[in-house]
Design a protein around this ligand. Structure first.
Ligand SMILES: Nc1ncnc2c1ncn2CCOCCNC(=O)c1cc(-c2ccc(F)cc2)cc(O)c1O
Ligand SMILES: [Mg+2]
Length: 214
């Protein structure tokens, strides 16, 4: 059975990255995906925007939708303070298991919990099953048509507090028009757009930051 692209990315990280060094894991994935096979990691250009917003949020509890192979989970978790943690939700079991191995190589397994399932099923369980009260930072990078309903669900479940920061990938490409329409017209969100490019391509893309005003 042929290996998947995601398995080949893991092989490259396992062979080339320095164990316990998150930066070397990120560099390895970016090099592989820009030189060998494109893959849907947030990448190094939008990754700098993600870094800046995570540093601004300085979250104790961070949440991510769409783990994929763990690139953005490592990007986020490497910036977290000692007792902070990241919960990342992935519905594809193969991606989740590859991400677990790549996160282990980065030495960040203690800070990151991968939860397998669909975002809409997991969100209501976060309080009871994962002891989440409020979420300080949310990175939306899963199915683009789930950004809007899941943001509404997070608010309805009471996980957002004054100052909670949402950051959404792929606002231009593939695009999340219903999310943008909703979030920019909602009085409780203060939005900022960050123009950038699709990972590893010259195609235009953007990220959107939305601060919950309570
Ligand atoms: N827990 C959950 N609950 C629900 N759904 C879930 C989930 N976990 C995962 N999923 C499923 C979706 O996960 C991946 C979503 N990401 C993308 O689709 C994506 C696509 C491109 C892209 C593709 C092709 C091009 F030509 C150009 C660009 C670029 C990106 O940066 C992307 O992020
Ligand atoms: Mg993305």
């Amino acid at each position: 059975m042929d290996q998947s692209k995601e398995q080949r990315i893991l092989n490259s990280v396992s062979y080339n990255a320095v164990k316990g060094d998150p930066e070397s894991v990120l560099d390895c994935i970016d090099n592989y995906c820009s030189q060998k096979e494109w893959a849907m990691n947030v990448g190094d250009e939008k990754g700098v925007i993600l870094d800046k917003v995570v540093e601004e949020a300085d979250p104790t509890i961070a949440l991510e939708f769409g783990t994929y192979v763990g690139y953005s989970a490592i990007r986020i978790a490497r910036l977290l303070k000692p007792n902070a943690r990241l919960l990342t939700i992935e519905f594809n079991p193969e991606f989740a298991s590859i991400a677990r191995e790549i996160i282990e190589i980065a030495g960040l397994s203690e800070k990151i919990t991968i939860i397998e399932g669909h975002s809409q099923d997991i969100i209501p369980q976060l309080r009871e099953k994962y002891q989440v009260d409020k979420v300080d930072f949310v990175f939306l990078d899963h199915w683009k048509e789930r950004y809007c309903p899941d943001t509404i669900l997070l608010e309805e479940c009471g996980y957002l507090r004054k100052g909670s920061i949402l950051l959404a990938d792929n606002i231009v490409y593939p695009g999340a028009p219903d999310f943008i329409k909703y979030i920019r017209s909602h009085k409780s969100f203060d939005c900022t757009n960050y123009p950038s490019h699709l990972e590893y391509m010259k195609v235009e893309d953007a990220m959107e930051k939305a601060v919950y005003m309570g």
